[in-house]
Design a protein around this ligand. Structure first.
Ligand code: PHE
Length: 442
């Protein structure tokens, strides 16, 4: 290593997979996936989504793992070390995307923490819509929760790879699965739950429009944490003897499973109580509290659900802060402690305008508040562009090196290598260019 110290590494391959899955499983799975699935034709959409995840998502994920593991550096340094030229710009876009996404992600994650508490302090008796409105306009409170969430995120990244990120993901990810299973059992055993399962999963191919395809691929990228160097960074802490394709498949599988299961929590409960499904943040912070409020023991179910969201958000947030921190550690030679604290605080401050926008303190921009605009810039511009260039990089510019990396220098042949190569060469770039262009509608 350049500074003479050994680069940190994951303790086990399972630790690496759980950390990647932790990054992937986030707010995107639990509120966004179920809602767009309902909107775009239920099972028909799930089918398309799964194909896109395992063809394009998997390919880009494997490409990112190969880049990071080969270079053993952050997103910018990896491109610089492997090829140089203009390529580090792709890493740069990733670091910037990390700043942007975490800035508003921290705000929403703060809400989830507040809602755990609120579940026991009147939320169940209140009108959830009014309660949500009153909460998000109470700026000091929102910012305080955001600060607390960011402090926890900083603490874990500060502790490093094995002693921080891996250690916590190994506990938090199984906990998340357990919470999800408990909530599913509650939800699907409610009288009338069948209507929700029907709405969620009944295939309706007429809703599978071009827009649905774009939505599915955009969702796949965001949900799998692709296109911004998260997986490059996590891959850079992986030892040379581990194999990559299996890890990439497992992460894709876990992420998709959690997204799918989240819908089985939400829709049966919503339909059992005859509430309109609603959309996006409204579904999570207004519709669901209304539903929980009608259940016996609702406060407990509500608290469990928001703990689930909090855990999912936390393991994603640490991966976002790690992308940024790794850059300052490798390239600027800051200590991990300094990088995580300074950048965590900067990102926290950058998130305050998002909180102010939702509170109505700062005006909207062409109908979008600050948070939505930041999300649009990251999800619809930076991530697809990043994914596009990563696929092209591996497919055309670093072909032999990538082959050596995914096959551990020829010792572990990858049966699907040729298919993977052509997905990176043409299929993924064309598909991504398509969503990029259709997704640019402001
Ligand atoms: N994958 C996370 C989610 O589904 C969000 C995320 C995107 C995290 C990009 C890291 C990088 O919520």
């Amino acid at each position: 290593m350049s500074n003479g110290t050994q680069r940190e590494q994951w303790g086990t391959k399972l630790g690496f997979i759980l950390a990647c899955a932790g990054s992937a499983v986030g707010l995107g799975n639990i509120w966004r996936f179920p809602y767009i699935t309902g909107q775009y034709g239920g099972a028909a959409f799930v089918l398309v989504y799964v194909v896109l995840v395992f063809v394009i998502g998997f390919s880009v994920m494997l490409a990112e793992m190969a880049i990071g593991r080969n270079a053993q550096l952050n997103a910018v340094g990896s491109f610089r070390k492997i090829k140089g030229g203009m390529w580090p710009i792709v890493g740069w876009m990733g670091v910037i995307a990390g700043f942007i996404i975490l800035s508003y992600y921290g705000v929403i994650a703060g809400w989830t923490m507040a809602y755990v508490l609120k579940s026991f302090t009147g939320l169940m008796q209140a009108d959830a819509g009014a309660e949500f409105g009153a909460f998000v306009t109470n700026l000091p409170q929102v910012v305080a929760w955001q600060a607390l969430f960011m402090a926890i995120t900083i603490y874990i990244v500060y502790k490093g790879i094995g002693g921080g990120i891996e250690k916590y993901c190994r506990v938090l990810m199984p906990a998340l699965f357990l919470l999800l299973l408990v909530l599913i059992v509650r939800s699907i055993t409610l009288p009338g739950a069948g209507a929700g399962i029907n709405f969620y999963l009944k295939p309706d191919f007429s809703k599978l429009t071009g827009g649905a395809l774009g939505a599915a691929l955009g969702q796949a990228f965001f949900s799998l944490s692709l296109g911004m160097g998260c997986i490059i960074t996590y891959g850079s802490y992986l030892g040379k003897k581990e194999t990559l394709p299996g890890a990439a498949i497992q992460v894709c599988f876990l992420d998709t499973l959690v997204a799918f299961l989240a819908g089985l929590v939400i829709f049966p409960a919503v339909f059992a109580f005859g509430v309109e499904p609603g959309a996006g943040p409204g579904l999570t912070f207004i519709t669901l509290p209304n539903v929980f409020g009608q259940m016996p023991g609702g406060a407990i179910w509500s608290a469990l659900f928001f703990v689930l969201l909090f855990v999912a958000a936390l393991t994603s947030a640490i991966s976002l802060l790690e992308v940024v921190s790794a850059y300052f550690i490798d390239e600027i030679k800051w200590s991990r402690q300094k990088a995580s604290m300074v950048m965590g605080i900067v990102i926290f401050l950058m998130g305050i305008p998002s909180a102010m926008g939702v509170a109505g303190v700062i005006p909207k921009l062409a109908g979008r508040d600050f948070l939505d605009s930041a999300d649009f810039l990251a999800s619809n511009v930076l991530l697809p562009l990043g994914g596009l260039f990563i696929a092209l990089f591996v497919g055309w510019f670093w072909t032999e090196g990538a082959k050596q990396e995914v096959e551990n220098n020829g010792t572990v042949p990858f049966g699907l290598y040729t298919a993977w190569l052509w997905v990176c060469r043409v299929v993924a770039p064309i598909a991504i260019a398509y969503i990029f262009i259709t997704g640019l509608k402001w």
